[in-house]
Write a protein that binds this ligand. Structure first.
Ligand code: HEC
Ligand code: HEC
Ligand code: HEC
Ligand code: HEC
Ligand code: HEC
Ligand code: HEC
Length: 398
């Protein structure tokens, strides 16, 4: 009896300790292969393979043999800072990768550790997570769909507001005018004729005013949002992948035109990135087709000023130090570009009157010696574009 008992006891403890070891091992795996790491790595995946060919950036397997963790933390959070600091490795890497900036990622040390572990595991999630990961993917898609609907809704609201501005008062005024005319000639309820006269004059004035405004707006195209030949999304590029506007619109700092990037700029990345999350290969294939046939993509111009107006990007972006957002809206959150401002003369002038120019230490305005003097002795508190000629007709009209 007794030996048998001790065997079962030993067996018991063996089983228990085996369990413990299994739990510990799977516990270790939990740490290294969490769905969170996989989710965070989605943002890296478009530019990095774990092993296999280089995409936009180098493949990341064996990264810990090349760099220590402290460096990786810094580089992932803000690669530009590391390159600017003169780090020789980073500068060389940047050159070798066609000077394509790696966008900043707002991740903690722990999250980056997790990603590194995931990379070292060959990019796999432990089996017990597979289902959970699938559900998360679905909810991420739901969220994207919800964002899209919110964006569409906002756009519809803006368009409706713009139309409502004039539409409703216009029809109400016409209705009142008709009523008064009917009363004047037919029903004759209101006895005092001067009441009719006053109402008729006011109505005519309002109708005239609205018609004039509508006519003046005729050449303008606020909220114009044409479909483009390729479904190019600013949200995907400038938003999610944080590519700098000037990477594609390099003219904006130096010249009158911001410019639309040529096919070979797209190829810098799309020689490797052959598929998009939203449109698959359909839209990106159009880039290759355009390159093959040698025909430039026929982008439809969204913003159009009349020929008699002079406008220069350099003057606003470099000298005026304005952000693109101030005139083009928040394109980082928009898939299809839309003209959000009306580009009227009133819009230009209003900003020239209001906006304080960054006057001090700006070599573009060195010539204004008198004004600098006045700023210095406190006579002038704030310099606007208007004060340096920004509302002269000749500045904007040929
Ligand atoms: C838009 C493309 C892009 C994305 C997204 C991206 N990277 Fe990069 N990454 C690059 C490029 C390009 C380089 C090469 C350095 C350069 O050009 O700045 C690089 C370099 C690196 C390096 C150094 C590689 C080496 O061999 O020394 C690490 C580490 C790295 N990336 C990690 C990440 C991680 C982690 C993520 C996701 C959180 C990520 N990257 C997302 C483009 C990207
Ligand atoms: C002060 C307002 C303003 C600012 C700031 C501004 N833009 Fe523009 N942008 C315009 C106007 C107005 C047009 C239409 C010009 C025309 O039709 O001649 C335009 C047109 C464009 C075009 C298409 C035509 C072209 O010029 O090649 C692009 C692309 C563009 N802007 C990008 C940018 C980017 C990128 C920035 C930031 C670096 C920026 N813009 C800053 C007002 C502005
Ligand atoms: C600096 C790198 C870079 C440049 C330059 C670039 N792209 Fe992209 N593009 C990307 C990345 C990263 C994605 C995201 C892939 C994904 O959805 O996973 C992408 C996605 C796309 C998609 C698919 C969007 C989707 O989600 O379905 C299209 C279409 C596209 N790009 C067109 C262009 C065109 C046209 C140009 C040139 C005007 C261009 N791209 C320039 C990096 C770039
Ligand atoms: C990867 C390249 C790329 C990046 C980055 C990019 N754009 Fe563009 N942009 C394009 C292309 C291609 C078009 C033409 C197709 C279209 O209108 O969507 C365009 C069109 C525009 C237009 C409309 C021009 C017109 O026809 O009037 C504006 C304005 C603009 N971009 C501003 C910006 C701003 C602001 C940013 C930064 C937040 C930015 N872009 C980042 C490629 C890019
Ligand atoms: C968001 C504000 C803003 C808007 C909108 C704006 N501008 Fe400007 N503009 C500036 C600033 C700031 C400067 C730089 C100060 C300066 O040179 O007067 C400037 C300068 C200029 C200049 C040079 C003036 C000079 O003194 O040499 C011209 C021309 C000009 N803008 C034309 C336009 C036109 C045309 C539009 C409308 C289509 C426009 N701007 C819309 C802010 C704006
Ligand atoms: C800051 C730039 C700017 C200045 C300064 C400016 N304009 Fe304009 N003007 C515009 C723009 C932009 C348009 C075209 C958009 C529109 O239809 O409102 C325009 C349109 C016009 C038109 C055509 C009317 C129309 O509705 O199409 C006339 C006429 C005109 N301006 C006269 C003047 C006169 C006179 C002055 C001097 C008192 C002046 N402008 C100063 C930017 C300017």
């Amino acid at each position: 009896m007794i030996p048998f008992l001790s065997i079962t006891k030993k067996l018991k403890s063996l089983i228990i300790s085996t369990f413990l070891v299994i739990i510990m091992i799977s516990g270790l795996q939990l740490k290294a292969q969490t769905p969170e790491a996989e989710k965070n790595f989605q943002a890296c995946k478009v530019c990095h393979n774990i092993s296999g060919p280089k995409l936009i950036g180098p493949s990341l397997s064996g990264i810990l043999e090349r760099r220590d963790k402290a460096w990786i933390y810094k580089f992932v959070r803000n690669s530009n800072e590391v390159i600017q600091s003169g780090d020789a490795y980073a500068m060389k890497l940047f050159e070798e990768n066609n000077k394509i900036p790696m966008p900043p990622h707002n991740l903690t040390d722990a999250q980056i550790d997790d990603i590194i572990a995931y990379i070292n595991n060959g990019g796999k999630v432990a089996a017990e997570y597979a289902n959970a990961a699938a559900t998360e993917k679905v909810s991420a898609e739901d969220q994207m769909a919800a964002e899209q609907t919110a964006q569409d809704q906002k756009l519809a609201d803006m368009k409706r507001d713009a139309n409502r501005n004039f539409g409703t008062p216009f029809y109400i005024t016409i209705a009142i005018l008709l009523l008064v005319l009917v009363d004047l000639f037919v029903t004759k309820i209101i006895k005092a004729k001067f009441v009719h006269t006053v109402i008729i004059l006011i109505s005519l004035f309002i109708i005239g005013e609205i018609t004039y405004k509508e006519a003046a707006a005729l050449g303008r195209q606020q909220f114009y949002q044409p479909d483009q030949p390729i479904w190019f999304s600013h949200k995907v590029h400038a938003g999610q992948n944080q590519i700098n506007c000037l990477y594609c619109h390099s003219g904006a700092e130096e010249s009158r035109y911001a410019g639309i990037p040529a096919n070979n700029v797209c190829l810098n990345c799309h020689s490797q990135v052959r598929q998009g999350k939203i449109t698959g290969t359909v839209e990106i294939d159009k880039i290759y087709k355009a390159v093959e046939t040698g025909k430039p993509v026929e982008w439809i111009k969204v913003h159009n000023l009349p020929d008699h107006v002079f406008f220069s990007h350099a003057q606003h972006v470099k000298a005026g130090k304005l952000d693109c957002v101030q005139c083009h809206g928040d394109l980082k959150n928009v898939d299809v570009v839309m003209q959000v401002e009306n580009l009227s003369m009133g819009w230009c002038i209003e900003c020239h009157r209001k906006t304080e120019v960054q006057f001090a230490d700006n070599k573009y305005f060195e010539a204004y010696k008198d004004l600098h003097e006045k700023v210095k002795n406190g006579e002038v508190k704030k310099v606007t574009s208007e004060m340096i000629g920004g509302t002269d007709c000749m500045k904007c009209h040929y």
